[in-house]
Design a protein around this ligand. Structure first.
Ligand code: HSE
Length: 369
């Protein structure tokens, strides 16, 4: 049986991963080990089978005994441990939810419902590093990967509406604390139907601007507002999140020549579902029903949502999708610019298809080889 070490299993993505592995019975047929940078020696998590005590995730000798390492610990850990392990001669498979190794020539970004042939070819030629993609990119490709595969996309913009979870667990807490602060201060006015709306609005703004309002994680109010900047600045004026849209999509698809993709990435007050509005320049005039059939047939999670208010509000929102693997795709229509221009909106759980699921499935691919 393959020895598999899971690192970072207590964090947000790691916890979602372990839950998914339990519900998909992924622990059978492997010998699992749990390793941590801070909990070594403690009892392992309850996964319905005996596991050894938690190992030290910085112990290169321990890690060198593994056939597969799956880490959700983050890029700092990867940068520290991965080079030392390889230098030590380790030839096992490294599966990583963090971005550190994503753009390396020797690594493949995994999203098997979209790029299984790329993964299979990489395995044949001996690639050992399989890295989960940026959440926004993975969710976009789960939704409209079929249009890329068919060569129907000349260029695309993706304007995103990204959830707090993309910044981490502390940010999710801060968002809720901000919501609670606003709600608490507005309580008296809310319970008085005669209170004027402008007074209520002023009250909300005062709360958001007060020194007591928690903004330590985001750096600004997110509840009642939005943040049009995600991640570091690139030299061309993009943010790193926007840069990834082009770089990672083309790497996942092994697209040659690369397809132009750009957009503006925005943080909004959703908890864990990222949404995105795409403008697509089609390579030819394809009827909307043909496009819908193609999108629908791409994988078992994608769902076409009819372009009506009722269906959009019922099925095409973070509230509807959170905690599920569903990838609804809606608001599909030709735009005023002409028949080659398509509008599409999609939503997906950032912790599932955006993070844990692609790496969980990569482990399954290696297990079944
Ligand atoms: N970078 C993403 C975000 C999350 O900030 O929402 C992980 O891919």
């Amino acid at each position: 049986m393959q020895k598999v070490a899971l690192i970072g299993y207590r964090g947000m993505v790691g916890s979602v991963l372990v839950e998914r592995m339990i519900s998909e019975n992924d622990f059978s047929g492997i010998e699992p080990f749990f390793a941590s940078t801070s909990q070594a020696g403690e009892k392992g998590p309850d996964i319905g089978m005996e596991v050894p005590p938690v190992a030290d995730a910085l112990d290169i000798d321990f890690l060198s005994g593994m056939d597969i390492i799956l880490t959700c610990q983050g890029s700092d850990y990867t940068k520290k441990v991965y080079p030392a392990l390889r230098k030590n001669g380790w030839k096992g498979y490294w599966i990583d939810a963090a971005s550190a190794l994503r753009m390396n020539d020797d690594s493949v970004i995994v999203l098997d419902p979209v790029n299984r042939p790329v993964i299979d070819k990489a395995l044949q030629r001996g690639v050992l590093d399989f890295i989960g993609g940026n959440c926004t990119v993975s969710l976009m490709l789960m939704a409209i990967g079929a249009l890329f595969r068919k060569g129907y996309i000349e260029w695309m913009t993706s304007m995103t509406y990204q959830a707090a979870s993309g910044s981490g667990a502390k940010n999710m807490r801060e968002l809720v604390a901000q919501m609670a602060g606003i709600g608490h201060n507005a309580e008296t006015m809310l319970s008085d139907p005669a209170a004027g709306i402008l007074a209520l609005d002023r009250n909300v703004l005062e709360t958001m601007k007060s020194d007591a309002f928690e903004t330590g994680q985001f750096g600004a109010p997110l509840a009642g507002s939005l943040l049009p900047w995600i991640d570091a600045k690139m030299e061309n004026g993009q943010t790193k999140e926007e840069w990834k849209g082009f770089a990672e999509t083309n790497k996942i698809l092994a697209a040659e020549p690369p397809i132009p993709i750009d957009g503006i990435c925005v943080r909004i007050g959703a908890m864990r579902c990222h949404s995105q509005a795409m403008t697509i320049k089609l390579t030819k005039d394809i009827p909307v029903d043909e496009i819908e059939d193609l999108i629908q047939s791409a994988n078992e999670w994608v769902r076409i949502v009819q372009n009506t208010k009722e269906d959009s509000l019922k099925s095409l929102t973070p509230a509807a999708v959170t905690g599920t693997l569903e990838i609804p795709v809606g608001r599909i229509r030709k735009l005023n610019m002409g028949n080659h221009y398509l509008g599409v909106f999609t939503v997906g759980d950032q912790l599932l298809w955006g993070a844990a699921e692609p790496v969980r499935r990569m482990l399954g691919i290696l297990k079944n080889r």
